[in-house]
Design a protein around this ligand. Structure first.
Ligand SMILES: [Mn+2]
Length: 407
């Protein structure tokens, strides 16, 4: 059986700034700031070791249109390592790293093919097989129109066809809509694999042929929880086998801390640190939001008297003793009613906020940012800061609208 093997990755977001993170020690901050770069190194290490036929990067290599020099250098070094191994790389840039941004151009080695702003096709000859890969790069930040019609359908049964597309499934409104497509439009092309990018949560939209978002390679805030990585794909005419490979060097997550029976502060701290330790043992380095549950009335009162910052500081100190990276980012106490349902209106507002991207946050916060007095004191609104605003707003909504009508 003729088979090709490739790596499908997307949304590396090298150089993500991780703004809005507070209370970090110097080492922690460095580890966090470098996490997207370290995840990329893991990807390259894996490729060098496994020697796939080629590697696909479906957009958002860089986090900002003004690509950081360090991120570009890191990427160039990685590409050179793959060049030394003779592994071709195909890149379609996305909305975050579109071609019109202001950036210093590094000369990428000759194994790298970057798609231009129009959909085009690049054919690789792999052990006597033709592999036709179609794709495009975002010429500018916003590509709102569909590009699917520009992809030529497959015509030769013996060749492999792959489409690279950085964009959103039509009707998927949870994220900013870019280069929208429908599943049927993609299926009509009769390709063997669709390598998607843009959505940071990995998902298979279709199994045969696979239409796949690999998700990003490193989570950057609580909204991007769990392990992150890329797919190692083995593709033949009888089907595809996808293996998820972890690249993330630390993971964001929320952990419930069972506080039942805890009455004194030391017991609560103990519960927090053992939950964090358990998580570290199972999942390795992490940035966690702790949610204290099963607090009895007395313990809840005890917690509520203490400002979150102070509580956080004490928890961090009790967790610190470990060797692995463990950052407690937030702590929240489930109030008596939190076991119950949120009211529909609260749920709706919170779900709506979850769907906002950075651009939407800029829109809703523009009055505040443009205000002559307040504007001066605000840090630039980046993804991390928006994440912070979101979680604080959600907390506030839970407090004021949290209880259902009949509770
Ligand atoms: Mn992205």
């Amino acid at each position: 059986m003729k088979e090709i093997r490739f790596i499908h990755t997307a949304d590396l977001h090298l150089g993500s700034p991780f703004t809005g993170m507070k209370g970090l020690q110097k080492e922690q901050w460095k580890r966090l700031k470098d996490s997207t770069l370290l995840a990329f190194d893991r990807l390259v290490d894996y490729a060098v070791e496994q020697r796939p036929d080629f590697l696909l990067v479906a957009g958002d290599i860089y986090d900002g249109e003004n690509r950081s020099l360090r991120a570009q250098h890191r990427f160039q070094t990685g590409m050179q390592r793959l060049a030394d191994e003779g592994i071709p790389v195909l890149i379609s840039h996305g909305n975050h790293d579109h071609l019109s941004g202001k950036w210093t151009r590094f000369e990428l080695p000759s194994n790298v093919h970057v798609f231009g702003a129009e959909v085009s096709r690049k054919t690789l000859a792999i052990r006597g097989m033709d592999v036709a890969i179609s794709g495009f790069s975002y010429g500018e930040r916003h590509v709102k129109e569909s590009k699917v019609k520009e992809y030529l359908p497959a015509e030769n049964r013996d060749a492999f066809y792959i489409g690279m597309l950085h964009g959103s499934l039509e009707g998927e409104t949870a994220h900013a809509v870019y280069a929208p497509f429908t599943k049927n439009q993609l299926l009509e092309k009769n390709y063997d694999y669709w390598a998607l990018g843009h959505i940071h949560q990995r998902q298979e939209l279709h199994a045969d042929p696979p239409i796949v978002y690999p998700g990003n390679t490193q989570g950057r805030h609580r909204g991007e929880s769990g392990t992150k990585g890329f797919y190692d794909v083995r593709l033949s005419k009888s089907g595809a086998k996808l293996e998820f490979i972890q690249a993330s060097v630390l993971q964001f997550d929320e952990v419930e801390v069972d506080c039942s029976g805890a009455v004194h502060m030391n017991e609560l701290l103990e519960a927090c640190s053992s939950s964090a330790n358990r998580f570290a043992e199972q999942c390795g380095p992490a940035a966690l939001a702790l949610k204290l549950v099963n607090l009895d009335a007395e313990a809840l009162e005890l917690i509520q008297e203490i400002p979150e910052e102070e509580l956080l500081e004490a928890i961090r100190e009790s967790v610190e003793a470990q060797d692995t990276f463990m950052l407690v980012q937030r702590v929240s106490a489930a109030r008596g009613n939190e076991g119950g349902e949120l009211s529909p209106i609260a749920e709706e507002i919170i779900a709506k906020m979850d769907s906002w991207e950075i651009g939407d946050w800029k829109t809703v916060l523009k009055d505040l940012y443009r205000h002559p007095k307040s504007g001066r004191y605000l840090e630039p609104l980046e993804t991390g800061a928006a994440e912070e605003v979101k979680s604080l707003a959600a907390e506030k909504i839970r407090r004021s609208l949290g209880m259902g009508l009949n509770s």
